[in-house]
Design a protein around this ligand. Structure first.
Ligand SMILES: O=C(O)CCC(=O)C(=O)O
Length: 264
C-alpha cells in the first residue's frame, strides 16, 4: 500500500497551522482522523500477524505485559515469547513495508518540516504500543528524551496513530499540557519519579485524549504522558513514530553507534 493511499482525502491537503500552534503551546496536538479504513484494517491485521508469528522480521523488539498489569513488574530482555496478543510493545516497525509507508506519509512530512529545519529528517523509532482486551499495564508519567536515549540532540516530535478506538476506558493517552516547557525532569529522562509528579501536582493537571481509530496526535518528546489499563473487551493498539533532525547523532559507545534512517 502506498503511503498516500493510506491517508484520508482530507488529511492529504489539510491546513496544519493551528495544529502546529497548539503543539508548540501545549506540547501535543490532535491531527484528527487521518488514517483511512483500509490502511487501518491492514495495520491491525499486520500487528496481529507479528504478535502471532505469522509475519517475522529479523531484529524486532517484543515485550509482553506483566500478567499482574503492573508496569514495575515488566520483564525485560525476553524478546519474542511465542504467539500471544499480550505483547505491550513491538519496535522496529520500519522493517515492515506497511508501517514504513505509513510513517513516511506526506502529512507527517509536513508536520516534521515545521519542527525541524534540516533538509534530512531521520527516524529514531517506530513502535506499536498495545493493550490486550481487558489488560494492558499502567504506563506511568514519562518523557521520551534524555541521556537514556543517547542522542546528540533531544528529539522533539513523535506522531501517535490510534489503530483501534482508544477511549478513556481503553487506556487512552493522558498528558499534562505545557509540561514540555518544564524541560527534562532529570538528565536521564524516561519515567518521572513519583515525588516530582506529586510536587508538580500532576494529578490536577491531567488531560485525557480519547481517540478514534485513525486519529493521530502529535506529542513533544518532553511532554509528560502516560496511559492506563484497557478495561474494554477489545484490543487497544497504537503506532507511534519518533522523528529526528538530520543532524542528530547516536552517542552510544558500548556498541557501534546507530545510523538513523532518512525518512524525509
Ligand atoms: O500508547 C501508549 O499507551 C503510550 C504511548 C507512548 O508512551 C509513546 O508514544 O511514547
Amino acid at each position: 500500500m502506498r503511503a498516500e493511499a493510506m491517508l484520508t482525502a482530507e488529511a492529504a491537503t489539510c491546513d496544519i497551522d493551528a495544529v502546529m500552534e497548539h503543539y508548540r503551546e501545549f506540547g501535543y496536538a490532535r491531527l484528527g482522523r487521518v488514517c483511512g479504513d483500509n490502511a487501518l484494517q491492514a495495520m491491525c491485521a499486520r500487528t496481529e500477524d507479528l504478535m502471532l508469528g505469522r509475519v517475522v522480521y529479523d531484529g524486532m523488539f517484543f515485550q509482553k505485559d506483566a500478567p499482574n498489569r503492573r508496569y514495575e513488574d515488566l520483564v525485560f530482555g525476553r524478546g519474542y515469547e511465542g504467539p500471544s496478543l499480550a505483547y505491550r510493545k513491538i519496535e522496529k516497525l520500519e522493517r515492515d513495508p506497511l508501517f514504513s509507508a505509513w510513517l513516511r506519509n506526506a502529512l507527517f512530512e509536513r508536520v516534521c518540516r515545521r519542527v525541524y529545519t534540516t533538509p534530512a529528517i531521520h527516524l529514531y523509532r517506530a513502535v506499536i504500543f498495545s493493550k490486550a482486551a481487558d489488560g494492558g499495564s499502567n504506563l506511568p508519567w514519562h518523557q521520551d528524551a534524555g541521556n537514556f536515549w543517547g542522542l546528540s540532540e533531544d528529539p522533539q516530535i513523535q506522531i501517535w496513530t490510534a489503530l483501534d478506538h482508544a477511549g478513556e476506558d481503553a487506556g487512552c493517552l493522558e498528558v499534562i499540557p505545557r509540561s514540555h516547557i518544564w524541560g527534562l525532569v532529570s538528565p536521564l529522562g524516561g519515567v518521572v519519579p513519583r515525588h516530582r509528579a506529586r510536587e508538580l501536582e500532576a494529578e490536577s493537571k491531567v488531560v485525557k485524549l480519547p481517540a478514534r481509530a485513525g486519529d493521530a496526535i502529535l506529542i513533544h518528546n518532553y511532554l509528560w504522558h502516560r496511559s492506563g489499563h484497557n478495561e474494554t473487551p477489545n484490543m487497544r493498539r497504537a503506532f507511534t513514530a519518533c522523528y529526528l533532525s538530520g543532524t542528530t547523532r547516536c552517542l552510544r559507545t558500548k556498541k557501534a553507534p546507530r545510523e538513523f534512517e532518512r525518512v524525509f
